[in-house]
Design a protein around this ligand. Structure first.
Ligand code: GLV
Length: 311
């Protein structure tokens, strides 16, 4: 029976719930949480959303770093031990919650709830006719595990869906694009743009002035990726210019978004506190336990991150 020593660190996931879920898989495990870890030499695996302040260097025999998120950049990859494999989390509960969020935010724009929320505050009964889903074009940036699932789910709802990714992908029922010219083509026809790209050197600040200029006039943006994909001032300017109509932002460059940030009070912006993709320990611990077994057996990890590629 495997007796892994698992080190856990997160400011958003519950250490107790994760302990209960993991002990179903490893009844004899050792489990350490937080900044201070007794017996660091025996830690086999670090399961982390963020790195502890001192990093992971004390764990001399570490065999794997497992992200508690689908993204890994919040782990500050430059501070990770180079020789230890790193894996991202791919889990049904995370994918499903991302899909639900994307649908909710898309339908809100499609059925103009964002306008009616404003009209409500202004006590204004102004009829705006509805359109049907196939008349709304949605462009999804990123077609991996999450973007692919979001694109398919929106196509199933009847939206006219296209998607853009670094390398060309083929997904039934979805128009797919790649490269700079592909991006321009997709943006030119998208009423709603959803970002779920991984944050890498290539995608940092991708949602900038040049990007917004290529969007269809009056497009709505939904950012479910990372705050650093977006240049905040460029979004505000694009909204002021009427180029972008509205934005839903689940992520921010600084989280929590500081109280004085102009996004808060902006009538065209909806902020949600990084809640789009949530994994339940019960569901996600299955994939995590498999990766812990792989690490202890010296096997390659599932969902292992290619650190130079960035995801
Ligand atoms: C959430 O942002 C994640 O990376 O899972």
């Amino acid at each position: 029976m495997m007796k892994p020593h698992i080190y856990f660190n997160s400011n958003i996931d519950s250490p107790e719930e994760w302990k209960a879920a993991l002990s179903q898989h490893f009844p004899n495990m050792q489990y350490s949480v937080g900044e201070i870890c007794d017996d660091p030499d025996s830690v086999d695996v670090a399961l982390v959303w963020k790195l502890p302040n001192r990093g992971l260097a004390d764990f001399k025999n570490l065999k794997a770093v497992l992200s508690l998120g689908a993204g890994i950049n919040q782990l500050d990859p430059a501070r990770l031990p180079r020789h230890v494999p790193l894996a991202r989390l791919v889990d049904d509960s995370l994918t499903q919650t991302m899909v639900e969020y994307a649908k909710a935010a898309t339908f809100r724009y499609h059925r103009k709830f964002h306008l009616f929320e404003r009209q409500t505050r202004e006590a204004r009964w102004t009829f705006v006719p509805a359109t049907i889903a196939r008349d709304t074009s949605v462009g999804v940036l990123g077609l991996g595990e999450l973007g692919g699932a979001i694109a398919k789910a929106l196509a199933t709802e009847g939206f006219n869906v296209s998607g853009w990714s670094r390398s060309q992908k083929d997904i039934e029922g979805i128009a797919t694009y790649c490269g700079q010219s592909g991006l321009a083509e997709m943006l030119a026809v998208s009423d709603i743009v959803i970002n779920v790209l991984p944050l890498t050197d290539d995608t940092r600040s991708i949602l900038n002035e040049e990007f917004f200029v290529q969007c269809k006039r009056g497009a709505c943006l939904i950012n479910m990726g990372r705050g650093h994909h977006l240049v905040d001032a460029d979004l505000l300017a694009a909204i002021d210019a009427g180029q972008i109509q509205a934005a839903t932002l689940d992520v921010a460059t600084v989280e929590p978004l500081p109280p004085a940030h102009p996004f808060w009070m902006h009538p065209a912006i909806l902020v949600t506190p990084h809640v789009a993709g949530i994994s339940t320990p019960e569901s996600a611990s299955v994939a995590v336990a498999q990766n812990i077994r792989r690490a202890l057996n010296g096997e390659p990890l599932a969902q292992q991150v290619n650190v130079s590629r960035g995801y």
